[in-house]
Design a protein around this ligand. Structure first.
Ligand SMILES: Nc1nc2c(c(=O)[nH]1)N[C@H]1C(S)=C(S)[C@@H](COP(=O)(O)O)O[C@H]1N2
Ligand SMILES: [Mo]
Length: 329
């Protein structure tokens, strides 16, 4: 039985506060401090979970998440920015469009089609894609090619653990990901003029896909992914520009030849296949040497220097040994 917490109104409990309280609560229980002192926080967390529309199996799996040693300890970007300042062109091109126009999207039930050079292919329920895999919380930097960045607490599983289930063949050299095509729920997909072609396609080399930092996210800030962040399943490749982190993935295929990605097709000079974060290689229209770490303030844009591979060089630089990164950008 729960003790009665101090009454907090829904408005007073921002999802961020709920999340932080919940982590504190989890830490306290892990340390064996007992939950009594934190029952208010746990109640707040429950309130937060109540508004999470994900199915029970997913909430249960998210609730059992463990903290990952790959996390940064930089200050988190507040929840309102992570879920209110988005790029998800399927819902519109303004940063506020995905939150505004993404609410009618239905991410459940969901299935994933796996095809190509693998022993096991077919269409699988999301629950089976994720079953038995332990969800980790990973706090990663996200660097958009537009020169802004955030620090985001994702919940997810290493992509390698999902891909291994389908036993890719040795001739599989690349992994292709496709976002769902659902124009009736995605207003950007039915717009008359489109900056990009749909469905959105991204591709990783197989060694990039299998790298331990590459995450398949299913949640953020202690809950399932909001639609605007790519519910119910999106990639997170923290050393690459944000556009590689494709949202609402419905198809995965293993191929020998590399198909072109969405942004390469739209403008190959501006958006390369590798898209590794690199302060020394400018975008044709702006420098990549610095970034605006969100949130800024009225008085400061909070500019910080951009790091090679977004600060993950120790982990990933070896993947690109011998490659001229100004040519293969
Ligand atoms: N399907 C799809 N995936 C996408 C995008 C998109 O427009 N459509 N935008 C990308 C870009 S440019 C970025 S920076 C990140 C933003 O992720 P976030 O909104 O969760 O921060 O999503 C990426 N994934
Ligand atoms: Mo981006």
């Amino acid at each position: 039985m729960k003790t009665q917490p101090t009454k907090l109104t829904e408005a007073a409990v921002t999802p961020e506060a709920v999340y932080l309280n919940r982590r504190q609560y989890l830490k306290a229980s892990a340390l064996g401090l007992g939950a009594a002192a934190f029952s208010g926080a746990s109640q707040a967390a429950d309130d937060g979970q109540l508004s999470d529309p994900a199915p029970l199996w997913m909430k249960t799996q998210l609730n059992e998440s463990t903290a990952s040693p790959f996390s940064t300890n930089e200050a988190l970007t507040p929840y309102e920015y992570v879920t209110g300042y988005n790029n998800f062109y399927e819902f519109g091109t303004d940063k506020s469009d995905p939150e505004k126009y993404g609410q009618g999207f239905e991410p459940h039930p969901w299935s994933v089609m796996v095809s190509g050079a693998a022993e096991k292919t077919g269409t699988f329920d999301l629950e089976d894609v994720l079953k038995g895999l332990s969800v980790e919380e990973r706090i990663y930097r996200l660097r958009c090619v537009e020169a802004w960045s955030m620090v985001i607490p994702w919940l997810g599983v290493p992509l390698s653990s999902i891909l291994a289930r389908y036993r890719p063949l040795s001739r599989a050299k690349y992994v292709v990901f496709e976002t769902v095509y659902r124009p009736e729920q995605m207003p950007g997909q039915r717009a008359f003029f489109n900056a990009i072609d749909y469905p959105y396609v991204e591709v990783l080399r197989i060694d990039e896909a299998m790298h331990p930092l590459t995450l398949m996210a299913v949640g953020v800030y202690g809950r399932s992914l909001p639609n605007q962040n790519g519910a119910p399943l999106r990639l997170v490749v923290p050393w690459k520009y944000g556009f590689k982190s494709i949202k609402s993935i419905q198809k995965i295929s293993f191929v020998e030849q590399r198909p072109k990605t969405t942004w390469e097709r739209a403008n190959p000079r501006e958006y390369g296949f590798f898209a590794n974060v690199n302060p020394k290689v400018s975008h044709p229209r702006w420098s990549q040497a610095e970034e605006r770490r969100l949130p800024g303030s009225l008085f400061s844009a909070n500019r910080i220097p951009t790091k090679m591979f977004n600060g993950y060089a120790n982990e990933v630089a070896s993947l690109y040994q011998g490659l001229d990164l100004s040519v293969y950008y």
